[in-house]
Design a protein around this ligand. Structure first.
Ligand code: HEC
Ligand code: HEC
Length: 328
């Protein structure tokens, strides 16, 4: 008796259609029509003409062949790149540049991770940062002018779907004046992931002492760790590099001149530029300092700080020996 429906082919077809449709409507159409399933990304901004021009360069140069722009909701990817990609981030993306191959890292969270100067140097000569990188040089993008007519066409096409972009049409010429393709692609890279707030680290407790302060083994280890992780931006001797990263051995910390304790360094190194709650920091972070909290064990970070302190003391001693130098 229970198997009768299998012998009535028409009734079976109708029954399966009803069941499959009900399932589809419940799991697809219903969420699709509910507004709360599509949270708006409040921070999402429409692309500016310069960023759009940079996106065109990115597309033309086939960067998408080596880089993806989507972080999947897998723990390993989130740990490496940051929060997984949200649907709303792609509102203005026509076509998507998700890619499917990661010869280089995913770039969906690249914006704000490194300073403009770093990107310029990296695009000019990737091997100057990573000797084994197989990313080609794009030095020739510098000095190549942008074509306002092309960007206007692109904006016009986008405005068919997003009429609010029409307001930017008048500003194209001004926005591109004096800029080259290098400027554009860097501006574009800095927008990637900007719509999704990055997780800010907790407020720093500045009373924590450095457990390895003045420990010679830790200082030696810190020196090595610094060479491996930090020297690409801050220079071999931590003296900084123009336009890339500040000196760590002068008496300025985040643009101020307070004598901040080691814990402030710890907060900056583990939280990166987003480490807002550092006392003495005024205004917005400049950005570009990567967070090392999830990459380096705490003891390693304290060791690096012990080495920076030793370098600072060394610098100060050198300065005292040469009083002729300009000292404020
Ligand atoms: C042949 C493959 C290849 C192509 C093409 C390529 N890249 Fe890369 N890219 C890499 C590799 C490998 C790395 C990792 C090593 C490095 O940073 O140089 C990388 C790293 C990067 C990084 C640093 C990412 C990070 O956070 O560490 C950026 C930014 C980047 N590429 C942008 C671009 C742009 C923009 C283009 C196109 C103009 C491009 N790449 C074309 C292979 C490629
Ligand atoms: C990708 C480049 C980059 C790398 C790699 C990097 N930094 Fe930074 N760092 C920066 C930039 C840019 C700033 C300025 C950030 C700001 O003001 O928001 C900065 C700021 C700092 C500061 C605050 C210094 C000051 O005087 O303002 C410290 C301390 C620091 N970095 C330590 C480190 C250490 C230690 C490492 C390695 C574990 C490291 N950084 C790796 C780019 C980098």
């Amino acid at each position: 008796m229970s198997g009768w429906i299998y012998r009535k082919s028409f009734a079976f077809a109708v029954a399966t259609t009803v069941v499959v449709l009900a399932g589809s409507i419940a799991t697809m159409a219903y969420p699709m029509l509910r507004a709360d399933m599509h949270p708006r990304l409040e921070a999402l901004k429409p692309p500016t003409p310069l960023q759009l021009a940079g996106r065109d360069v990115y597309q033309r140069e086939g960067c998408v062949g080596c880089h993806t722009q989507t972080v999947r909701p897998l723990p390993s990817e989130v740990a490496r790149y940051g929060d997984y990609s949200k649907a709303g981030e792609f509102y203005y993306e026509h076509p998507f540049l998700w890619g499917s191959k990661r010869t280089g890292p995913d770039l969906a969270r690249e914006g704000g991770k490194r300073p403009d100067g770093w990107h310029r140097r990296h695009l000019e000569n990737p091997q100057s940062f990573f000797a084994r990188s197989n990313m080609p040089s794009y030095a020739w993008l510098a000095g190549r002018p942008l074509d306002p007519a092309e960007v206007t066409d692109h904006l016009n096409a986008l405005a068919l779907v997003h009429p609010e972009l029409r307001t930017e049409l008048a500003a194209v010429r001004v926005a591109l004046a004096g800029k080259d393709e290098m400027d554009a692609v860097v501006a574009y890279l800095q927008t990637l992931g900007a719509a999704v707030p990055r997780q800010s680290p907790r407020a720093a407790d500045l009373s924590i002492p450095n457990p390895v302060a003045n420990d010679p083994t830790a200082i030696a280890r810190g020196k090595q760790l610094f060479a491996d992780n930090c020297a690409v931006c801050h220079g071999d001797e931590a003296g900084g590099q123009e336009g890339v990263a500040p000196s760590l051995v002068d008496d300025v910390f985040l643009g101020q001149r307070p004598d901040l304790p080691d814990a402030a360094y710890f907060a900056m190194i583990s939280g990166g530029s987003d480490a807002k709650p550092i006392e003495g920091r005024k205004g917005q972070p400049d950005g570009g300092m990567a967070a090392f909290g999830s990459q380096l064990p705490q003891k390693d970070i304290w060791s690096i700080i012990a080495w920076i302190r030793a370098e600072k003391a060394h610098e100060a001693a050198e300065g005292a020996k040469a009083p002729a130098a300009d000292h404020r």
